[in-house]
Design a protein around this ligand. Structure first.
Ligand code: TMP
Ligand code: ASP
Length: 241
């Protein structure tokens, strides 16, 4: 499959058209941003890790019965995906308090929840991705009531799959962000990526942050943290073939 014209360039990825109108090629960059693009940098090798990690996790999610946009890994940084219209909602699942949850409610990071939580942000850079509830999302026609029900169901199922995988890797899945898309035949599928850019991953024993918070908070060692979680996932996959 050949890349044709550039369709879209985001903060961490480029999206190209292909000769097949139903398929696109995603190319992962090493660029990193935080705080809605205010902080900029690069994390060497991040694009390769995010591409490969996202693809491996999406294959396991597919196996569990939740559909995804994944078609085929083309190279270290490139993946063929189904063309979808992105539902302009960021879906955030939390198992443990951290980040904006801790800030908003004035609680420490690391409180384990009895049940996972879900929240939505309206994907809109100009507005700074504001928090939105499902009634407002439906009123704005960002998604239908039925689509939101599907998205919630898929998101909690994905949480169970990912939590178990990361547990086997000695990693705690604190929280993560998902994006969904709609295929040309109207089906909701998981899209975007699942990587240390979009998940909080803490070492089970030391609680060391092994994700993009190292970049966001200037903790150093971002490259090493990404490589560490990728190598643990690779070992898990080879042990569980
Ligand atoms: P938050 O605590 O800052 O709301 O982040 C929750 C999760 O969502 C965390 O795992 C990081 C991820 N995330 C993104 O993937 N993209 C974003 O733009 C933001 C703000 C968070
Ligand atoms: N993706 C977001 C941005 O640049 C930030 C983040 O992941 O924290 O702005």
């Amino acid at each position: 499959m050949e890349k044709k014209s550039l369709l879209y360039e985001g903060k961490a990825k480029k999206v190209y058209q292909t000769e097949n109108p139903e398929q696109l090629i995603v190319q992962y960059k090493d660029d990193a941003t935080a705080f809605n693009g205010l902080k900029k940098g690069t994390v060497a090798g991040k694009g390769i890790i995010n591409n490969q990690m996202s693809n491996r996790l999406m294959r396991l999610i597919e196996k569990s019965g939740v559909p995804t946009h994944y078609v085929e890994e083309l190279s270290e940084r490139e993946t063929l995906v189904k063309r979808v219209t992105i539902v302009p909602l960021e879906v955030i699942i939390r198992n443990i308090s951290a980040g904006s949850f801790s800030k908003r409610y004035g609680v420490e990071e690391g409180i384990e929840f009895e049940n996972p939580t879900i929240e939505f942000s309206y994907k809109n850079d100009e507005l700074g991705d504001p928090l939105i509830n499902s009634y407002h999302a439906i009123a704005l026609k960002l998604a239908t009531e039925e689509e939101i029900a599907t998205i919630k169901d898929y998101s909690f199922r994905i949480n169970e799959v990912l939590k178990n995988i990361w547990k086997e890797c000695g990693v705690i899945l604190v929280d993560f962000k998902l994006e969904f898309g709609k295929t040309s035949d109207g089906r909701i599928v998981l899209a975007d990526e699942i990587s240390p850019d979009t998940c909080r991953l803490w070492d089970e024993k030391t609680k060391k942050k092994l994700d993009k918070d190292r970049f966001r908070r200037d903790l150093g060692g971002t490259e090493d943290a990404y490589a560490e979680v990728m190598s643990r996932l690779t070992k898990y996959l080879s042990d569980n073939k």
